[in-house]
Design a protein around this ligand. Sequence first.
Ligand code: NAD
Length: 384
Amino acid sequence: MAPTLTEKQPKHGFSVFDNMLKNEHEQVIMCSDPSSGLKAIIAIHNTILGPSLGGVRMWPYESEEAALKDVLNLSRGMTYKSAVAGLNLGGGKAVIIGNPKKDKKEAIFRAFGRYVEGLAGRYITAEDVGMSLQDMEWIRMETKYVTGISMALGGSGDPSPVTAMGVYMGMKSCAKKVYGSDSLEGRKISIQGAGNVSTHLVRLLHKEGAKLYITDIDEEKVERIVRETGAIAVDTDSIYDVDVDIFSPNALGGVLNENTIPRLKCDIIAGGANNQIEDESVHGPMLIERGMLYAPDYVINSGGVINVSNELEGYNRERAHEQAGRIYDTMTRILEYSETHNVPTYTASNSIAEMRLKQIGRVKSIYASRSHFTGRMGELVGRR
Ligand code: NAD
C-alpha cells in the first residue's frame, strides 16, 4: 500500500525541502531547458524587505547537490547583506551549472533570462563569478529584471568605486574603536589583491596618508599601484606576515583560516572580499583570542549592492557614494552591539539584520499595499 502523506518517509540523501526549511528559503526554481542545454537554479531566500536581488554565477559544479548548497547559501547571504545595509531588497541568487570557459552560448543565457522574466520581479539578477558583460546583455534581451548594467545603457556601471568607499568607511569606524581616532594617516595597512576594489581603495587610503603594502598574483597590477601610491610590494604568501595595523583582504574567500590567522600581526581585519573566514565556528574564535577586530565582510562590502539598488531608484553616483559612506555608522552600531551583548562582530551583524527583518515584516503586514520604490524599481515591481 502507498504511504499516506502524513506517514514518515525514510530519508535518503540530500533533501531540498529540509535544506530550504533549515534556513527558511521561500522558493527554489530548478530551470532546465534541453534545447539550449541550460541547467540553472534560482533561489529566493526572503522577500520581506523587497524583491530578492543577487548575482548569477556560472560554475562547473561537481554535483547538483553542490550547486544547490551554494545557491541556498549565497541567497541567504544576500538577505543579510541588504538588510544590514538598510536597503529595501530581499535576498536571492542564481547559479548556471556549466564551465564558463567552454559552455557559454547565447541560447543558454537567453533561456535563463526567460526564467528570470517568468518570476515577474520576485528575483532581480546581476553579474557574478564566471559571467561577462556580453552574457548579461543576452540575459537582458529576455528580461528587464537585470541590474548592474553599463552606464551607457542607463545603468550604474562598475560598482567597485562604491564598494571601495564602503570598505574605507567601515575600516575607519574600526580604527575609531581600536585607536580612538578614525584617521588612517600613518597607519600601516596591508592589502591582498590589486584588482578593481583595491585600486579604488588604495587611492582613498593613499590620499589620507596611510602606509600601504600590496600583493597580487598579477605583478603588473601591483606595479601600477606601487607607481601610483608608493605602496610597498609584497609577495603573495608573505602578505600574512607583514607587521601592520590593518589587514585588508580584497581578493579571495577563505583567507582567514588556521594557517593564516596565527601569522597575522594586525589589530583590525577589514576588506571587501566575500566569505573571508573559512569556518566561522572554528576560525572566528581564533580571531577573538588574538584580539583582532574583524569587520564582517558582507557589511563593509555592501557598497556593490548599494550601488545597484540606486540603479533601481534612478541612478545617481553621488548618492550611491553618500549611502556607501553610511557603512561607517552601520559598522559603529555593530561594534556597539558586539560589546554590549558580548558577541563576535559577525554575530552582531547577523542579529542586527534579523531585527530589521522582524520589524519591517511587521510593518509590511500592516501597510502591505504601499510601495517604497520609485524610478526604475517602481516600474519593475509595480505599485504593490
Ligand atoms: P578583481 O577580480 O578585480 O580583483 C581580485 C584580484 O585578486 C585580482 O587582481 C586577482 O589577480 C587577485 N588575486 C587572486 N588570487 C590571489 C592571491 N592568491 N593572492 C593575491 N591576489 C590574488 O575583483 P574585485 O572586483 O576587486 O573584487 C575583490 C573581492 O571583493 C572579491 O572577493 C569580490 O567577490 C568582492 N566584492 C567585490 C565587489 C565589487 O564591487 N567589485 C563588491 C562586493 C564584493
